[in-house]
Design a protein around this ligand. Sequence first.
Ligand code: AMP
Length: 394
Amino acid sequence: MNTSVLVINCGSSSIKYALIDSDPNASRLAGLAERLGSSEACLKGNTSSGKRFTQTLPNADHAEALKAILERLEGRVPGAVGHRIVHGGEHFTQAAMIDDHVIDAIEATAALAPLHNPANLAGIAATQDVFPDLPQVAVFDTAFHQTLPPRAYRYALPEALYTEYGIRRYGFHGTSHAYVSQRAATLSNRGAGGWLTAHLGNGCSTSAIWNNQSLDTSMGLTPLEGLVMGTRSGDVDPGLHAHLHRQLNWSLDEIDNVLNKQSGLLGLSGLTNDMREVEDQALAGHKGAKLALEVFCYRIAKSLAALSCALPQLDGIIFTGGIGENSPTVRRNVLALLPHFRFSVDDVANEATIRGKEGKVDNADHHGPEVWVIPTDEEGRIAMETRHCVETSE
Ligand code: AMP
């Protein structure tokens, strides 16, 4: 097949795209169409010479935005399209060529991801209109975690809720956890042993990976479970929902909105969901920001310690995502809370590893588990899985 893959990540009002060649040295054309459906809709991206562009697309819908994206591919024609699909339920353990059955299965899973799957499906439909002859592949955020054993994926709820309604833990950020753990296995002398991964961005999750297989992860039925995130609460007492309803008369939508959009770093700091600002304000002595940073790091450490139970041995930990890649402070604070794991951080390397740098940030002469910072490449991983899926189906 033609080796370049157009990776598409459709949200309800946005399309993130990247045209990725199989040659890792070839330049990537990438960008984001956002605020679709509004008068402020626009497309931003880069050219192959590295220049940035912004194009206004007033009131454009997904199909119009895709046509504008196509014109920005500088005449390069992709050989396939890879779609990031948030929820694949139990149907998908790996990427799948998109056909009517796959679309039906993604639709059937929409109840588990009501914000994401319908937008992903709209993206598939619009892309099929624009590229009717290209193979299209669905790559699922949940698929990598389909190796979780029952002890990790079952909630302690009546069995019928699982067997009849699919209520179980699925996990997300699968392409990121898969990419960074396989990259660490390649770079480190330890190989594919036992790795803990911390994807820390606007959404945050941890994972325990043994021999390239996910054995446990912090997100669950939805991406709300687990760590403190930009605006998401992560774990709360499951009794909280009933309490808020009974005591404050909040509706389900209000509760959902508060836990997903007004909590996390934003809720704790009272200021912002942006970790850069939280760190700056914490340094300046802002009480809310200090607390937000403290709770954020403590909950990551607690989650990593818990996930270590899934691994027969611990070879190392990997930080990734906007915060994991760029915040020496968060990495240092998290590791300081795990002294019994015998990590040994090289402070100079830790401070210097930011802005897309990949590297090991522990002291080379110690014998404990390693500490890596690996910039994630979800688009690159989706392109790789898309290519593999097309080639094996030919
Ligand atoms: P992502 O969702 O992976 O793009 O990550 C977004 C998060 O990364 C936001 O909370 C940003 O504040 C955070 N981030 C980006 N750069 C830095 C930095 N230099 N220091 C701390 N956090 C950062």
